[in-house]
Design a protein around this ligand. Structure first.
Ligand code: IPE
Ligand code: IPE
Ligand code: MG
Length: 250
């Protein structure tokens, strides 16, 4: 039995998260350590995405969210931003057939209006094509910022109320959740961050209220099947309280 199979076999029978959200960090550092350009790190990161999607479906996880580009990432050099946009486009075009065949349902979290036209078209096509699929739900967070998402939802309610279509007293947590990009999906149970940073960087601030957090020093391109299994094992060993009394995950 290989080391991988060992970690993966230890997961049998354990509680899996319904929704895992990934802060895919460390592509730049991975490339730098090899004397490569940052774009090469992002390209390597796409391979990890493929594996993570496959494994998530295998484990029966319902939803995964991948933080691919934040509202703050526009502040990077133009060359890196366009390399990333090109990569998102080519990866989606290359993978869409297989994703669709495997029943994956794609959703985008974020304001796509600022993306290049080709990216927007390809994103809209992927969402439309997979909308009837019932397998893994794959959220791609691109030009996503949690604060922007929350403000957008708040503004929608304010506009409705101002137009007389909503009594402010009717705005509750469930209605607010429904106005977010993740509407209708379970909140993340587990947030995984690679590359050693211990912060949320404007990711799912509302939705992750009670998520378990798992951080690993491993850079995203090196986040292997085994590393994923380790994160899930850690999750299964957590005791979730939700402010109440202890419940074992295992
Ligand atoms: C994560 O890797 C990918 C994106 C944010 C798009 P980084 O590009 O942030 O890599 P580091 O943090 O510089 O190593
Ligand atoms: C978070 O990574 C955003 C994504 C993974 C897309 P960053 O590399 O942008 O985060 P900071 O700047 O280290 O907080
Ligand atoms: Mg980073």
């Amino acid at each position: 039995m290989t080391e991988n199979e060992n970690f993966e076999s230890r997961l049998k029978g354990l509680t899996m998260p319904r929704h895992v959200a990934f802060i895919m960090d460390g592509n730049g550092r991975w490339a730098k350590a090899r004397g490569l350009l940052r774009a090469a790190g992002h390209r390597a990161g796409v391979e990890t995405v493929r594996e993570v999607v496959r494994m998530s479906a295998q484990y029966g996880i319902e939803v995964i969210t991948l933080y691919a580009f934040s509202t703050e990432n526009w502040s990077r050099p133009e060359s890196e931003v366009s390399a990333l946009m090109g990569l998102f486009l080519s990866a989606l075009e290359r993978e869409i057939d297989e994703l669709d065949r495997n029943g994956v349902k794609i959703r985008f979290l974020g304001d796509l209006s600022r993306l290049p036209a080709a990216n927007r078209a390809s994103a809209a096509a992927a969402v439309a094509r997979t909308s009837g699929n019932t397998g893994l739900q794959l959220n791609l967070a691109i030009n996503y910022g949690s604060r922007a998402e929350i403000v957008r939802a708040a503004r929608a309610f304010a506009e409705k109320a101002a137009a007389g279509g909503l009594d402010p007293a009717d705005l509750d947590e469930a209605a607010f959740s429904d106005a977010l990009y993740t509407s209708g999906q379970p909140d993340p149970d587990l947030v995984v961050r690679t590359a050693g940073e211990l912060r949320l960087s404007n990711f799912l601030l509302w939705q992750a209220a009670y998520a378990e957090f798992y951080a690993t020093p491993v850079f995203w391109p090196d986040f292997s099947r085994e590393e994923y299994a380790k994160a899930l094992l850690a999750y299964a060993g957590r005791k979730r309280r939700f402010g109440g009394l202890e419940t074992d995950n295992a």
